[in-house]
Design a protein. Structure first.
Length: 246
């Protein structure tokens, strides 16, 4: 393991600018929510998950809610398994406690720290989480569409209407979303809305307000979309994730 600052307290909407590490990094928001950005795209990471950044991967973070970010760096010459690409990992209770112990105790004996780090790596096997991932888009017309929706996530314009605003046809934008995002515009916007909903939940917003702020036709439409993606309602999700909202 590489020495690092294992715990960092971030205020709501605080950013950590783009950087990279010589070792592999495991990032875990024990409280709050992180948006993790890479050249490939962006993830939303709640307290039930962590993010893995292979050595040399440029990334940045933004916190939503008062966020307690914990991080462990692993030497590239150490024993794996090391995921080869940035990814989000599901955190079991045991993995959560192992990471917490490693980052809490700066005076832990080196041999104990080494064994516990091995436990963490073993627990990372086959725990990839459902990817709440928005891929990076290269075409400038797509970027303009994304910028419009980032500025106002409640914008409910159709793809044709957004296309008119950026000077591209619906057919062209539809093709570009399939080619660059690997999904339809409707699927992409569904992911985008859920990203925004998670960060608003972390900010303490109520379901009715979140529904409107994310562009859903009604609170019931938001609850239905949230349940379809996460298998639970927003209220149940908050109860299951007690450290999501601080």
């Amino acid at each position: 393991m590489i020495p690092s600052s294992p715990i960092r307290m971030l205020s709501h909407q605080e950013r950590i600018d783009w950087h990279r590490h010589t070792g592999h990094q495991l990032i875990y928001p024990r409280r709050g929510v992180l948006r993790v950005f890479t050249a490939a795209g962006v993830w939303v990471v709640p307290p039930s998950q962590g993010a893995w950044m292979p050595a040399g991967t440029a990334h940045s973070h933004r916190a939503f809610g008062a966020t307690e970010m914990r991080a462990i760096l692993f030497d590239v010459d150490g024993e794996g398994p090391f995921p080869q690409r940035p990814t989000v990992l599901a955190f079991t209770p045991l993995l959560r406690e192992a990471v917490t112990a490693l980052t809490d105790d700066a005076a832990m004996a080196p041999d104990v720290r080494s064994r516990l780090a091995r436990v963490v790596l073993d627990l990372l096997r086959s725990v990839e989480a459902p990817q709440r991932f928005l891929p990076a888009l290269e075409d400038p017309r797509l970027r303009e569409v994304v910028a419009l929706l980032e500025e106002d996530p409640a914008d409910r314009r159709t793809l044709a209407q957004l296309g008119a605003a950026v000077g591209a046809s619906e057919r062209t934008l539809s093709r570009l979303f399939r080619e660059e995002a690997g999904m339809t515009f409707a699927q992409w916007r569904g992911q985008f809305r859920l990203h925004h909903a998670l960060v608003l939940l972390a900010s303490g917003q109520q379901v009715t307000r979140i529904a409107g702020a994310c562009g859903y036709a009604s609170p019931s439409a938001f609850i239905g979309a949230f349940r379809a993606s996460f298998g639970t309602t927003p209220g149940e999700y908050l109860r299951r994730e007690p450290d999501l909202r601080i």
